[in-house]
Design a binder for this molecule. Structure first.
Ligand code: 9MR
Length: 369
């Protein structure tokens, strides 16, 4: 890693994207032209304001209070887990879209937009996939997976997280820009352009997104991660491969400081490259905030407000999506519970389905956007 003129980190060495990516100029222009024809469901989001969405889980769908929140509040609904690799292709060649279809058909009946996550992730790979040792075979399996899944969902999703969490958690510590994953070890960095290229072919109208976390806080590790995201975008573009947006997950640690300026600059830098921005998994992690509900919700309001200042400061985000709607069901409680035994309060509505003040503020700001 070296510092460039502007003091930002540049990922080094350059990833050899070109080797694996056989996209011609013609197919790139073809995809761009198709995109100009509009997104699936774009009429639903054509009104003023930035669409608000939330991730929904099939396993809680029969809780009507839960389900009704999504129907009432969301412009966009996103299956949280139901399109992940192991769930749609548990055995090689055996696809199961039943859980995702249930959610997507419901959101379509509500006239809501939808988006998908994800083709490439270090987690949720089925055992058969991780047993592949041969790079060519893995490339074939990846392209086939993307083709089948994107084809099944074509016309129903506004965008796809093509790759999720490929940036090294701590780039300086690991000495490289990318996270050490099964994909990198077996196929190398070129799995990223391969995935974008396959997705562009399979669903030319869907927006293609690089999705990652820890892109909003203050500090050198976060500067490095933002610089790597920009570097990946540039390298894809240099190779003539379409990338439409960067997704900032937005799992906000309430005790950490948002770097509002750096986040706004990141959005502006992406805009200058013709690349959009969206928040894909917004929630608040409060285990280091002492006190009760009042203190926790005040800290949440501060961190969400700062995040929105940065997010809206660089370019108009395509959408803002929370990682669930109610504290009744959330991943934070399972992974980062509070030490004092109180339940976590990460989401727009509490466990009794009462809205938090920060949610009203978020909706007001999106409506103005
Ligand atoms: O919230 C998701 C949880 O229900 C799943 O069990 C888990 C594994 O599929 O993934 C969680 O979502 C993660 C997301 O896909 C990527 N960013 C971090 C999220 C929280 O772990």
């Amino acid at each position: 890693m070296t510092k460039d003129r502007d003091g930002a980190f540049r990922a080094a060495p350059r990833m050899p994207f070109h080797n694996g990516a056989n996209l011609t100029r013609r197919s790139f222009l073809g995809a761009a032209a198709a995109l100009a024809g509009g997104w699936p469901g774009s009429a639903a989001a054509a009104g003023p304001g930035i669409p608000f969405g939330a991730a929904i889980q099939a396993e809680y769908f029969d809780d009507t209070g839960y389900r009704d929140l999504f129907k009432r509040e969301c412009d966009l609904v996103m299956p949280m887990n139901e399109l992940k690799f192991a769930l749609v292709q548990p055995e090689r060649g055996a696809f199961d879209f039943s859980r995702a279809d249930r959610l997507l058909e419901w959101s379509e009946r509500n006239g809501q937009l939808a988006r998908g996550t994800t083709f490439v992730w270090w987690s949720t790979n089925p055992p058969w996939l991780e047993a592949i040792e041969d790079a060519r075979d893995l490339e074939r399996a990846l392209v086939e997976h993307i083709e089948r899944v994107a084809d099944h969902c074509r016309g129903r999703l506004t965008s796809w997280d093509v790759v999720n969490e490929v940036i090294a958690h701590d780039p300086e510590e690991t000495g490289g820009p990318l996270r050490d994953t099964f994909w990198v070890r077996t196929l190398g960095p070129r799995h990223i352009p391969i995935a974008f290229q396959a997705a562009a072919r399979a669903d030319p109208k869907a927006r293609l997104v690089l999705n990652d976390y820890d892109l909003e806080f203050r500090g050198p590790r976060f500067d490095q991660r933002r610089a790597i995201a920009l570097s990946i975008v540039r390298q894809l573009q240099d190779a003539g491969i379409r990338i439409d947006a960067v997704g900032i997950q937005g799992h906000l640690y309430a005790h950490q400081e948002i770097d509002v300026e750096a986040l706004a600059r990141f959005g502006a830098d992406l805009k200058a490259l013709g690349v959009g921005l969206l928040a894909t998994e917004l929630d608040v992690i409060d285990f280091q905030i002492p006190g009760g509900t009042v203190e926790v919700d005040a800290a949440a309001a501060k961190v969400v407000g700062d995040f929105l200042d940065g997010l809206l400061g660089g370019q108009r985000p395509e959408t803002v999506i929370t990682w669930g709607m109610t504290d009744r069901y959330n991943w934070v409680e399972d992974v980062m519970p509070r030490g004092d035994g109180q339940p976590c309060r990460p989401l727009p509505f509490d466990a009794e389905l009462k809205p938090k003040a920060w949610y009203a503020d978020l909706r007001r700001r999106l409506a103005q956007g």
